[in-house]
Design a protein around this ligand. Structure first.
Ligand code: HEC
Length: 141
């Protein structure tokens, strides 16, 4: 009886510790992870580097997929902003990914987040995959 009580207590302490830990570790796109200025810069770069294929309004062109809306969000839901950044960093634009700098790509990701109706905040997205991997993409809050 006493032993069971002890285990119960330990389990509660352990759970509290784990919850605390993960609360500190994980951010999501709902936490205001980019600024409005950054998204504006990203929109300008997107226009010159990406819109010919993905569309001015991010709706895609039938060949290139949409970068906003439920299909896009469905693809990236539960992944991280770092995963999305890395995908763009390595492969977009297809003709030569190095034509757009990592800093410009972080701005473009801010534009994508903004267009997908996630809230802006006070800090910019850094062009660092490892940092951005700590920000989860979640369809719902
Ligand atoms: C020449 C046309 C073209 C240009 C320019 C282009 N893309 Fe793409 N993009 C594609 C095509 C086609 C695909 C799907 C096939 C593939 O992955 O290569 C794609 C896929 C993507 C995906 C993956 C979408 C998903 O949900 O899986 C992202 C994100 C993306 N592009 C972002 C960008 C960004 C940001 C830029 C500008 C820096 C850009 N693309 C420029 C044609 C283009």
């Amino acid at each position: 009886m006493k032993l069971r009580f002890l285990f119960g207590t330990l389990a509660v302490i352990w759970l509290a510790a784990v919850t605390q830990f993960s609360a500190e570790q994980s951010k999501s796109v709902w936490d205001g992870v980019f600024t409005t200025e950054q998204a504006d810069r990203g929109a300008a770069t997107y226009k010159t580097a990406c819109s010919e294929c993905h569309g001015q309004d991010l709706a895609g062109d039938g060949f290139a997929p949409a970068l906003s809306g439920s299909d896009f969000m469905g693809n990236w839901n539960e992944l991280s902003v770092g995963d999305l950044f890395e995908r763009i960093r390595i492969s977009m634009p297809p003709s030569g990914p190095s034509a757009v700098t990592p800093a410009q790509k972080a701005d473009i990701v801010a534009h994508l987040m903004n267009s997908n109706k996630f809230p802006a905040g006070t800090a910019e997205l850094e062009p660092k995959t490892e940092v951005l991997k700590g920000i989860k993409i979640e369809l719902k809050k």
